[in-house]
Ligand binder design. Structure first.
Ligand code: SF4
Length: 479
């Protein structure tokens, strides 16, 4: 190695050590200054309630209103245009820091559980499918009542979830986040996305087991302060960042827990059938890539309009007028006559049908392609889950791109043209697709089958990211 190269390697090592040191200090800072984090949580709770409740009490803005004239539009932009895409992006980059340091529901359920009944958890509550089911049902219901567009549906869905979080806090656990761990509709998604975050709390098991109290001069033995891990993580055995809310409380504990950096693909590539659950894969393929994609697509799809018109003609010819009636309460189907926005029973049925069809094609297709690739390249039971996990980058970026549609609609209403946006979205999706494809190939190539079988499995593995990218390509380039 030449002298210049050696200098470069030394410089990189030095910079990496410095960066690791700063990150570790940040984690210790979080443990030391809990008060700051707690104060921040309550400020977010205040802002959340203000944006959720006040717009629901105001009249709806007219079609020409601007954000500067309407708190309702500001709340809509903040919630769906910035807040949600920001939370998804943050979870993908810094782990569940949102859950542990800012989430209003997490703060409220933990706070409520300090004063509640403190009952042990019943068996039904521990069913691992709740977050997946809750995510899918709230997404569907949100589409039926237009949660992104109106403040009352937002209050019903988000406020209802917050109320349920408080009630669960009052009933179960003591100073814990039972709601977040077992029931929160978003926790299944965060649980997945945090697996590709480069920042995480790392546990050194050896250091943990061999930790000894230190004799401090003049102050006796150092005390081991017990850690209250609100989402009930077994910190000593924690190997995945999926359940950790990154609250920082355990940073420095036993000199074994530290905030650390890792490669974004590290946890995906080190996954084993035992470390990836069926529920996680269903949340990814059927929830994020299926239901969520269908929910983002239906309102821009000409196919949706064509099928709906055909159905409407059929209903008229058979005189099934009730199916075309729109006199339905707003909490069942969208009903805001003041903005000329009312859904008929046919609209509701068509939305459900369209999302179900997208879930079947995109979600089912990715599941099938991953399962076949795993079967051909390896054959170990449960290997399909590991293969499907490689779609994570696309899962996260799909949701960010989908939510950006609300951001863009609102910004266009303010006069911003954003002509470059579709191209940027496709670049983003292409990048995520490329990342997912490289992960898929690497997982296939690690299989135990012969090189020929592994080579045959590669096109199958690539079919899954290609399917997701094609769905978005059609949405942004064909429609
Ligand atoms: S393991 Fe628990 S206490 Fe430690 S950072 Fe994660 S959520 Fe907080």
């Amino acid at each position: 190695m030449t002298r210049g190269k050696m200098k470069l390697v030394r410089l990189r090592l030095h910079l990496r050590q410095r960066l690791d040191g700063w990150v570790e200090q940040l984690g210790l800072w979080m443990a030391r200054y809990r008060m700051v984090i707690t104060a921040m949580q309550w400020v977010v709770v205040g802002i959340y309630f203000a944006l959720l409740i006040i717009p629901a009490t105001l009249p709806l803005p007219n079609g020409v209103a601007r954000m500067t004239q309407s708190l309702t539009l500001i709340a809509q932009f903040v919630f769906w245009g910035i807040w949600w895409p920001g939370v998804i992006l943050a979870t993908m980059s810094v782990g569940r820091l949102w859950c542990g340091t800012m989430c209003p529901e997490g703060a409220l359920t933990e706070w409520a559980s300090r004063f509640g009944r403190g009952a042990p958890l019943p068996a039904w509550l521990k069913w691992p499918g709740w977050p997946t089911l809750a995510f899918i049902t709230t997404t569907l219901y949100g589409q039926l009542i237009s949660v992104y567009d109106y403040p009352r549906p937002a209050l019903l869905i988000l406020g209802g979830s917050t109320l349920a979080a408080i009630v669960i806090g009052l009933l179960y656990g003591r100073g814990k986040r039972i709601w977040c761990r077992h029931l929160c509709p978003a926790s299944g998604v965060f649980h997945l996305l945090t697996r590709m975050a480069p920042l995480y709390f790392k546990v050194d098991r050896q250091a943990w087991d061999h930790w000894q109290p230190v004799q401090l001069v003049g102050r006796g033995e150092a005390q081991l302060v017990p850690i209250n891990c609100a989402p009930l993580v077994d910190i000593r055995r924690m190997r995945s960042s999926a359940d950790c809310h990154a609250c920082g409380r355990c940073a420095g504990h036993r000199n074994a827990v530290h905030l650390a950096l890792r490669a974004p693909s590290a946890e995906i590539l080190s996954a084993t059938p035992a470390s990836v659950t069926r529920e996680e894969v269903f949340t990814l393929c059927l929830g994020l890539l299926g239901v969520a994609t269908g929910a983002f697509h239906w309102s821009m799809s000409p196919w949706f309009v064509t099928v709906k018109e055909w159905c409407a003609q059929w209903l008229v010819s058979h005189e099934w007028w009730w199916a075309l009636s729109n006199d339905i309460p707003w909490f069942v189907l969208t009903h805001f006559p003041e903005t000329n926005d009312t859904f008929t029973w046919l609209d509701g049925a068509m939305i459900l049908f369209y999302i179900a069809a997208t879930t079947l094609v995109v979600g089912g297709g990715t599941l099938l392609a991953s399962a076949l690739a795993a079967r051909v390249s390896d054959g170990t039971p449960g290997r399909w889950r590991v293969q499907a996990l490689t779609l994570l980058p696309l899962g996260g970026v799909s949701v960010i791109v989908g939510l950006s549609m609300t951001t863009v609609t609102l910004l266009r209403g303010e006069g911003f043209q954003l002509a470059w946006i579709n191209f940027s979205r496709l670049i983003l999706l292409g990048g995520a697709g490329g990342w997912a494809a490289s992960l898929a190939i690497r997982q296939v190539w690690r299989g135990r089958a012969s090189p020929l079988r592994r080579a045959l499995a590669i096109p199958l593995a690539l079919a899954a990211p290609a399917l997701v990218c094609s769905a978005w390509y059609v949405a942004f380039r064909v429609w």
